[in-house]
Design a binder for this molecule. Structure first.
Ligand code: AMP
Length: 196
């Protein structure tokens, strides 16, 4: 190996060691810069593919400004959120045969504000747990329209109480497209295929 190649590979190893020390909750910040994940970009917003999609179509809409989560939103962010809505409309127009939902998790696990755009099918190998399911199919998933309305009205987003969060995550499984009540996640995942 030439001296330069050796130096580059050492730099690469150093960089990946540095990156691996980053907390997992910061992962979206790297993904926002990853050309393989970026789907669309505007002056203020980046849309990326969710790395672990929970449905056939699953995007994340993030601001370039450092806004940590919905609870940091203020009145001045209304126009940014309206742009999120416009981008949602444009994605919906691209996927005419799918029903898409846009919304935010009441207690997001990842840093940087992000709005999920996710198709109703919920068919994906990455959808594995009851928590995954309930985070998109209960009121833990706060629809985009409600968040925009609350921000316009109050100038802030009210936090969800911890006990409400806990009870939503413990909600018994039920299909999001009919009244089917599965015994467990494998049964639910099988059943979801019947709606295709
Ligand atoms: P939440 O914080 O609960 O609103 O959800 C975070 C979302 O980010 C989940 O749907 C994950 O699948 C997704 N995710 C986690 N890590 C990454 C990453 N490094 N790049 C892109 N998406 C990610």
């Amino acid at each position: 190996m030439s001296k330069r190649a050796l130096k580059l590979s050492e730099e690469g190893a150093h960089l990946s060691a540095k990156q691996s020390k980053k907390h997992w909750s910061l992962g979206l910040l790297d993904s926002m810069k990853d050309p393989d994940l970026i789907y669309k970009e505007t002056e203020r917003v980046v849309i990326i593919r969710d790395k672990y999609p929970k449905a056939k179509i699953h995007y994340l809409v993030l601001p370039k400004d450092n806004i940590t989560n919905i609870y940091k939103l203020e009145k001045e962010h209304v126009s940014l959120l309206e742009e999120f809505g416009e981008l949602f409309k444009s994605i919906q127009a691209e996927y005419k045969s799918h029903i898409l939902n846009a919304g935010f998790h009441a207690a997001p696990s990842m840093l940087r504000l992000h709005m999920h755009i996710i198709s109703k099918d919920m068919v994906s190998p990455c959808l594995k747990t009851k928590v995954h399911w309930n985070s998109f199919t209960t009121t833990f998933f706060k629809p985009y329209k409600d968040i925009l309305e609350e921000l316009k009205e109050n100038g802030f987003i009210k936090k969800m109480e911890n006990d409400v969060h806990k009870s939503l995550m413990a909600t018994p499984l039920k299909c999001n497209q009919c009244n089917y009540v599965p015994k467990n996640m494998p049964q639910l995942k099988d059943h979801l295929l019947s709606h295709e």
